[in-house]
Design a protein around this ligand. Structure first.
Ligand SMILES: *[C@@H]1O[C@H](CO)[C@@H](O)[C@H](O)[C@H]1NC(C)=O
Length: 182
């Protein structure tokens, strides 16, 4: 290898690393609950449902509840806890320090409320519907018949493919540059 080839390889390696990092970081979205209003007693009871319906929540995304410690808290609850504003329906320890970042680690409905007396019934509660990956609209044929040992589908492949394509592209580019330098 000539010195210039070494430099080119180093630059490409850095570019590949940056693009991979960008891909990984880009895969998770942080949703700031209530936007600039944050996590507080809302102006009306449709405020948090309206906010939630403006978002797409994917597994691995993060809910960020912005509030002042001591003024509010975040309690993950069951649906019945959410419906009744009953924090006895809690399914995890209340998070009392703000701001709080709570990962959405599974698909399905997730429910949260503020456990401070009177806040939930004034509308400070949140229901989010989390989906497992970017919508593939569910019309792909399911390979679930038989076996039972097939690997989990979808998100893993979606995450792996683009960096592989980047690597292949960079390899081809490197070969071309090598040829040009000879
Ligand atoms: C609830 O409050 C938000 C924010 O002030 C407002 O945009 C929305 O129109 C209100 N909804 C109703 C039904 O009043």
């Amino acid at each position: 290898m000539t010195a210039s080839t070494v430099v080119v390889v180093a630059v490409l390696a850095i570019l590949l690393q940056v693009s991979l990092q960008g891909w990984i970081v880009g895969a998770a979205t942080t949703h700031v609950v209530g936007g600039s209003t944050g996590w507080t007693i809302p102006p009306n009871n449709t405020f948090y449902p309206d906010w939630a319906s403006s978002q797409t929540f994917l597994v691995g995304d993060i809910l960020q509840f912005n509030f002042e410690t001591g003024m509010h808290d975040v309690v993950a609850v069951t649906k019945s806890g959410y419906d009744a504003c009953d924090s006895n329906g809690q399914i995890a320890s209340p998070v009392t320090s703000g701001p709080a970042s709570i990962p959405l680690s599974s698909a399905g409905e997730h429910y949260y409320l503020c456990g401070i007396t009177g806040h939930c019934s004034a509308g400070q509660k949140l229901a989010v519907s989390v989906v497992s990956s970017t919508p593939d609209s569910g019309d792909a044929p399911s390979p679930s018949s038989g076996g039972g040992s097939s690997p989990p589908s979808g998100s893993a492949g979606a995450l792996v493919a683009p960096p592989s394509l980047v690597a292949v592209g960079l390899s081809l580019l490197l070969v071309n540059i090598n040829n040009a330098l000879r």
